[in-house]
Design a protein around this ligand. Structure first.
Ligand code: S3P
Length: 452
């Protein structure tokens, strides 16, 4: 039942060498935030009336969400570049999809939609590519089962799987055992069509786009922050959502690659416009500044209810640091980029508390340790982090002739190693650039546009 997504077919892989090309200069605007784009379509599909979205990320992951919401009855249409309208069916009125929902590479689509389906009177089967089919789904199956849904999953709680939704469903109070915005969001979305109060207790705060957007769409949602920082989030169902007009800010997780690329490439001077800086997402910027990165936040403002700024970044002499594991959830997708920055810094950078990186689109600790070592970086892989001894600014040797870095169907490994190539003597050869399209289809053209 694995999908036939083209990225799974090694025969048509698109290898590419990324090499030093001189300084990066200019202004760019990275595409819309992936997390907010997914949620815009999902919540728009549950509101009665027309939601209008601009700045939507048109990457494969978000398109998988759009296709799934169409399959469950919503009208989701593209009206221009990044401009979409969604005519929703209303909470409780999702339709039985006729075929399997193909989630491609997208964990966010899968886990959030499993939440939605769980409390609707429908059954849905979820399939995905080889990467997604290795990822753990028990983290959502456990709470959603408590709400009444039942599941028929592949071994180890993986895709392909079938969800049988419960209606009526049962409200729960659930303490998150892992810091995961996807698990939190799956339960909150399940709570939309559940009578009564569904509560998620979050000991370690994770990205809060679901909370902000559910409130924006008119759901009855309350967040209580306890003295120790624990967040108690309660949604009252059954909810009625009202259509919204949403402007999606630029994705800090995409900006990350250009931030690091400019910091490590001598002579670079780049402005990245319109970058979302929600505090639950902005950890990388703080860590890079602490490493000595020259990053100025210009024109701070709000876009779509989220803090945003233009980031002015210049080539900098970086210093290794010990990264506090407490900051990890606010930069969880940015570690591949940080590992590259650390490889070019002076001294040792230590990261820890990163067990979650082993269950992303790939095992990102192993994949980055192998890839950066192949490019000549000095990396020690530990159970929950990497210890990296940087070059002090000298270029990495690069990959040897005939060697290709394995990206494991992981867009962020591909982009991280592409920027490592910019700071290398021989360049870095990547086995396949196609996965980049899951989150950042214009990455390569944007990079070329900055090369002087
Ligand atoms: C996301 C949450 C994070 C992140 C992913 C997007 C979201 O996953 O890695 O890219 O949109 O909620 P986890 O919840 O598994 O940490």
């Amino acid at each position: 039942m694995t999908s036939n997504s083209h990225a799974a077919d090694p025969a048509s892989a698109r290898p590419r060498r990324f090499a030093a090309q001189g300084p990066l200069k200019g202004r760019i605007r990275v595409p819309g935030d992936k997390s907010i784009s997914h949620r815009s379509i999902m919540l728009g599909a549950l509101a009665v009336g027309e939601t209008k979205v601009t700045g939507l990320l048109e990457g494969e992951d978000v398109l998988a969400t759009a296709a799934a919401m169409r399959a469950m009855g919503a009208h989701v249409e593209r009206t221009g570049e990044g401009a979409w309208t969604i005519n929703g069916v209303g909470v409780g009125a999702l339709l039985q999809p006729k075929g399997p929902l193909d989630m491609g590479n997208s964990g966010t689509s899968t886990r959030l939609l499993m939440g939605l389906v769980s409390t609707h009177p429908i059954n849905a089967s979820f399939t995905g590519d080889d990467s997604l089919s290795k990822r753990p789904m028990n983290r959502v199956i456990t709470p959603l089962s408590q709400m009444g849904a039942s599941f028929d999953a592949s071994e180890g709680g993986r895709l392909p799987l079938i969800v049988r939704g419960a209606s009526p469903s049962v409200p729960i109070t659930y303490t998150l055992p892992v810091a995961s915005a996807q698990v939190k969001s799956a339960i909150l979305l399940a709570g939309l069509n559940t009578p009564g109060k569904t509560t998620v207790i979050e000991p370690v705060p994770t990205r809060d786009h679901s909370e902000r957007m559910l409130k924006g769409f008119g759901a009855d949602l309350e967040v209580e922050v306890q003295a120790d920082g624990t967040r108690v989030i309660t949604i009252t169902g059954e909810a009625e959502l009202k259509p919204q007009t949403i402007e999606v800010p630029g994705d800090p997780s995409s900006a990350a690659f250009f931030l690091v690329a400019a910091l490590i490439t001598p002579g670079s001077d780049v402005v990245i416009e319109n970058v979302g800086l929600n505090p639950t997402r902005a950890g990388l910027v703080e860590v890079l500044i602490a490493m000595g990165g020259q990053i100025d936040k210009l024109n701070a403002r709000e876009v779509g209810g989220e803090p945003v700024a233009d980031l002015h970044v210049r080539h900098s002499a970086l210093k290794g640091i010990e990264v506090d594991p407490a900051i990890a959830p606010s930069m969880i997708d940015e570690f591949p980029a940080l590992f590259v920055a650390a490889s070019l810094a002076e001294g040792v950078t230590t990261t820890s508390g990163l067990d979650e990186l082993r269950v992303k689109e790939s095992d990102r600790l192993a994949a980055m340790a192998t890839a950066l070592s192949a490019a000549g970086a000095v990396i020690e892989e530990q159970a929950d982090g990497l210890v990296i001894t940087g070059t002090g600014g000298a270029p990495l040797p690069g990959t040897r002739a005939g060697f290709e870095v394995a990206t494991h169907l992981d867009h962020r490994i591909a982009m991280a190693m592409a920027i490592a190539g910019l700071a290398s003597r021989e360049g870095v050869m990547i086995d396949d650039t196609r996965p980049i399209a899951t989150s950042f289809p214009v990455f390569e053209s944007m990079l070329e546009g900055l090369m002087t």
